[in-house]
Structures are given as structure tokens and as C-alpha cells.
Design a protein around this ligand. Structure first.
Ligand code: URA
Length: 435
């Protein structure tokens, strides 16, 4: 077998066999296939596409390129949750304790973020003392004892995806259904859970701009998961404005805590309860989705979810007092209000611009090695549909570097579209696939 024949076959619209796909993934990961040939093949896949079987084979080849995490030492049906990435998305911090409080073991591997804000690991690390570096035995022991643990992603899980994703990023081949779905699912399948709940975002702030594209991605990932023997559900959700009001690491943790206290923004609360309900159902703790929904709501209203979050923070070395005392988080030295120049209705808040603005404040990374400013970010005081008077504060931008805060504030102001017409309301949860 040789890579030139494989490139030629895909360039001409042929279907790659399992052996050919494996040959490419193995060769590229090990360095025997160079970047220029891998780039050519990715571009051929981009234009000619892959069918279901090829997409599944690509996922499997990447999944098996490194460690497959063995969670069999944890009792019960382990459920993982993944979001395709949204601005202000802190649902993991709410959903995981709610599901764990209802008996679903959560053994989660999370990454650091590149782009708008940090990832779940960065957000958790804004809690003083919190650590995500753990030995596998300690990780499993914690899940068996308290029902949840979050560990930082190791470089040994799906290393082929890591290398191929980096190449896609610089060869304009990210945005392809088969390449995105195999990339996400190879990591999820290698992470060892028994069931997977996917939150697939659609809209201005997401990879998939339309509901049709997001549904196609969700459906493909469900098919891959089911073919691999894992119950997989995809929830298609709106990302035409940031989720909740807080964007930035410690700001998002505080909003997650407030949500678990019952004081969260409506959108975050609605989505978290829905995702937690599905997790409780696929985790075998409820006999129907409706029962899962009720159990999630009870865990929130009774404070059991909040108590679980506190227990989890303590178990991972963090200061559990942050739950009551937000002054224990690092605080930003600069806060700049963004004021509206017009009166009217908030027509839209471009999620992508708010994400970029947050990145400018220092809350996100431009490069993999950059440190993140855990206290920086943006708090939205107005959301789509709200009325605004000229002079009202639309948002507050936080940070520790005046220039960064000013750049972030200018970008955040551009995100708000104010008009005379009331805004049409977007449905937050658009579709549930795979049930
Ligand atoms: N997230 C991933 O992990 N991979 C993609 O290709 C896109 C989003």
C-alpha cells in the first residue's frame, strides 16, 4: 500500500477501505507520512467527502492510535458529556454535579481551551488550590467515593487526532462533517465512558451556522457512537448569543455556582436541566427522559447538586468556601462598563465577537502556551430581547491590563445590535437526536 495511491483514489472520488484509512492514520501519527501528503489527502477528503463507513473507520483508527481509558473499575454506567464549543458555555460545571447527585458516575477528561475562554480545566483551576492532575487510580477511587472527578486530558488519548487536527487548522480543512465528527468521537470513545451526551451548537458563535448542518453533525456522531456500541445522544442548541451572562474563567464558575443555587440565567438553567435529565436517563437512573428531567430539577431545587459540587471541589484540593464567598476567587483590578449609544431592543449579541472580546481581555489563549487570566472576562447585563435606553450599561469587561480591557471592550460593544424592532426569540433547545 502506498499513500500516493490512497490520495489519488480519494481525489478521484473513490471509497477508502478500512486498511487504507488505518495505513494513513498510523503512518501520519508515526511520522512516516509527511505533512504535505497528509494535507493533500485531507483536502481530497474535504472536497470528495467520506461516507458513513469511511467516517466510522477513520474514527476507529484515530481512537486506537493511543491509550483507551479503562473505566471498568468504576461501578455503574459512566456518562460523558461534550459540547462542540460555545461562548459562555459552563454547563459541564452544573450538569456533572446534578447528574452525579442522581447517581450517575461522572469520570470526565477535560481539556484546556484555545480561543475564546479557557476550557473546563482552566475554569476549575480558577478555584484556589484546585488540581486536575491525578493518577488514574486516584481518579477512579474519587468517582467511586463521591460520584465524580475531572482530570486533565493526557497527550496519549487519540494522538492521531491531535496531529491531524493541528494540520487541518493550517490547511483550511477543519470544516468537514466527517473530519469534525471523527475528531470529536475518537476522543470521546477513547475516554472510556459507556454513554455520551453531545451538545451540538448552531448559530453565529458555533462551527455549524445552521440548524441543518448542526443536525447533520449530531446525527453523524450519534451513528458513530452507536456503531461503537455506546449509547449516544445529541442535543442541538442555539449559539446565536452567548450562553448565560458570564464569559471568562472565574466569572463562569461563579455563574455555575449561582445556577446550582437556583439563581442562574434562564438559558443556562434550562439547558443544564435538559442535559442532566438526559444523562440521568442514559445512565440508567431514570426510566424515561421525563423522569430524568424531574430528577435533575429536584437535585437543583433541593441543593443536592450544589452540595455535590462542593464535595467535588474539596476532593480535588480546591477551596470549597468559594461556593459561599466569591471574594476567594482572584479578582480583576479593572472593570470597564460598555454603555449603549441608542435606545431600542437588543436584536442580537454576536457570540463570536463576545468570545473574541473575552480572548482580548486575557481570558482565552491565542497560542497553546499562553497563560490565561483567570479573573478576566465579560459580564453581559443585557440579552437578546431586552429593552435598552441610551446610556444603559450593556456589559462590563474585566481584566488586569488596561490596553487589553480597552480592546476587549471595543470588540464587545460591536457585538451588540440594537434596533427599534423587538427581537424574535430563538428556541434554545432545537432538537434531540439518538433517543
Ligand atoms: N472539535 C474537535 O475536537 N474537533 C474538530 O474537528 C472540531 C471541533
Amino acid at each position: 500500500m502506498n499513500i500516493v495511491d490512497i490520495i489519488t483514489k480519494k481525489r478521484d472520488g473513490g471509497k477508502l477501505s478500512a486498511d487504507e484509512i488505518e495505513f494513513f492514520v498510523k503512518g501520519y501519527t508515526e511520522g512516516t507520512i509527511p505533512d504535505y501528503q497528509a494535507s493533500a489527502l485531507l483536502m481530497a477528503i474535504y472536497f470528495q467527502k467520506m461516507d458513513k463507513e469511511e467516517t466510522f473507520r477513520l474514527t476507529e483508527a484515530m481512537r486506537h492510535s493511543g491509550d483507551i481509558i479503562d473505566l471498568s473499575g468504576i461501578e455503574g454506567i459512566k456518562v460523558d458529556k461534550h459540547s462542540t464549543g460555545g461562548v459562555g458555555d459552563k454547563t459541564t460545571l452544573i450538569v456533572a454535579p446534578l447528574a452525579a447527585a442522581c447517581g450517575v458516575p461522572i469520570a470526565k477528561m477535560s481539556g484546556r481551551g484555545l480561543g475564546f475562554t479557557g476550557g473546563t480545566v482552566d475554569k476549575m483551576e480558577s478555584i484556589p488550590g484546585f488540581r486536575t492532575a491525578m493518577e488514574p487510580e486516584e481518579f477512579m477511587k474519587q468517582v467511586n467515593e463521591i460520584g465524580m472527578a475531572v482530570i486533565g486530558q493526557t497527550a496519549h488519548v487519540a494522538p492521531a487526532d491531535k496531529k491531524i487536527y493541528a494540520l487541518r487548522d493550517v490547511t483550511a480543512t477543519v470544516n468537514n462533517l466527517s473530519l469534525i465528527s471523527s475528531s470529536i468521537m475518537s476522543k470521546k470513545l477513547a475516554a472510556g465512558s459507556d454513554a455520551i451526551v453531545l451538545d451540538v451548537k448552531c448559530g453565529d458563535g458555533a462551527f455549524m451556522k445552521t440548524q441543518a448542518d448542526a443536525s447533520a453533525l449530531g446525527r453523524t456522531m450519534c451513528e458513530i457512537g452507536q456503531a461503537a456500541g455506546k449509547k449516544t445522544v445529541a442535543v442541538i442548541t442555539d449559539m446565536n448569543q452567548p450562553l448565560g451572562r458570564a464569559v471568562g474563567n472565574s466569572l463562569e464558575v461563579i455563574e455555575a455556582i449561582e445556577t446550582l443555587k437556583g439563581n442562574g440565567p434562564d438559558d443556562i438553567t434550562e439547558l443544564s436541566l435538559k442535559l442532566a435529565g438526559i444523562m440521568i436517563y442514559v445512565g440508567g437512573r431514570a426510566s424515561s427522559i421525563e423522569e430524568g428531567d424531574r430528577m435533575a430539577k429536584e437535585a437543583l431545587e433541593s441543593g443536592r447538586g450544589l452540595a455535590k459540587l462542593k464535595e467535588f471541589i474539596r476532593a480535588q484540593g480546591g477551596d470549597p468556601q468559594v461556593v459561599e464567598d466569591y471574594s476567594r476567587f482572584e479578582t480583576a483590578s479593572i472593570a470597564a462598563d460598555i454603555v449603549s449609544d441608542f435606545s431600542g431592543y437588543v436584536q442580537s449579541i454576536k457570540a463570536e465577537s463576545i468570545g473574541l472580546a473575552s480572548q482580548h481581555t486575557g481570558a482565552g489563549r491565542l497560542c497553546k502556551e499562553d497563560p490565561v487570566d483567570l479573573s478576566a472576562g465579560i459580564c453581559l447585563h443585557k440579552k437578546v430581547g431586552d429593552t435598552v435606553k441610551a446610556g444603559d450599561v450593556l456589559a462590563t469587561v474585566y481584566g488586569n491590563d488596561r490596553e487589553k480591557v480597552e480592546t476587549g471592550a471595543a470588540e464587545a460593544k460591536r457585538a451588540f445590535v440594537i434596533s427599534d424592532e423587538p427581537a424574535c426569540e430563538e428556541v434554545l433547545i432545537k432538537e434531540i437526536l439518538g433517543l
